[in-house]
Design a binder for this molecule. Sequence first.
Ligand SMILES: O=C(O)c1ccccc1NCC(=O)[C@H](O)[C@H](O)COP(=O)(O)O
Length: 281
Amino acid sequence: MDKLTEIMAWKRREIAPLVRPVSLGELAALNARLPAPPSFAAALRRADGKTAVIAEIKRRSPSAGAIAENASAPAQARRYQSAASAMSVLTDHKYFGGTLDDLRAVAAALRGGDSEVTSDKWQVAGDEAGGAPCPPIIRKDFMVHPVQVAEAREAGAGAILIIVRALDDGEIETLHAAARAAGLDALFEIHHEDELARALRHGARIIGVNNRDLSVFKTDLALSERLIPQFPRDVIAVSESGIFTGADAARVRAAGAHAVLVGEALMKARDPAALIRELNG
Ligand SMILES: O=C(O)c1ccccc1NCC(=O)[C@H](O)[C@H](O)COP(=O)(O)O
């Protein structure tokens, strides 16, 4: 069994006690009750000709082992905040050391310390930070059920992850509809041409190529170079994993990437904001 299959099997067991019917109406009501988070898609498009950086908070991983086990998620988010277009918070605990509370704490930190999810500080936090818009947050987890979408929206996310290879078409459709009803964007993650075709059939507007082969844990930026040029022009292209330097980012940008998603390199950087600026190009 490869690692992704193992993680997905665990995730389905982990969330089983939480699973209940979650209707689109319930998600729409949740969306209406909470202030709108900043738009993930708009943040990736807004990079002014530079490569947008989605800066990830990642304490450990199956491929790298311990990265920054004791890192504080909100403190790390503050180190990213001035330079990142968006943030990614891994909320899986077993394999990545993250929690949903990390997402809540990061959202609160970006709202200027306001932990009240019903507050409309999203709208003003950017101005307080000197005019830069508040970076949206993607909940990076192994999504299988709309109950996780509701959790993401309540915790302050602006987007969720849909790993195409890990889900059947019915699950993708359900998660995508749930995200839309909750006012969230969806990042569709792919690793192969067939998965690109599936993502497009589901109406994906943001697609990420995961450069890491999750069977053997090898990363290869050539995968982004092969797949991104096949994206329709109006799709936002993200290159994920294995990006460490400005040269790496420039390479995938030359292939058409609008954004890069970077975890390990930023968690280990002495000055993450400076590295983000280098990745911006
Ligand atoms: O990172 C892993 O080892 C991993 C293993 C199994 C499933 C997912 C995994 N990573 C999730 C990610 O998408 C990465 O954290 C993200 O792309 C950032 O990667 P990196 O910059 O290489 O830390």
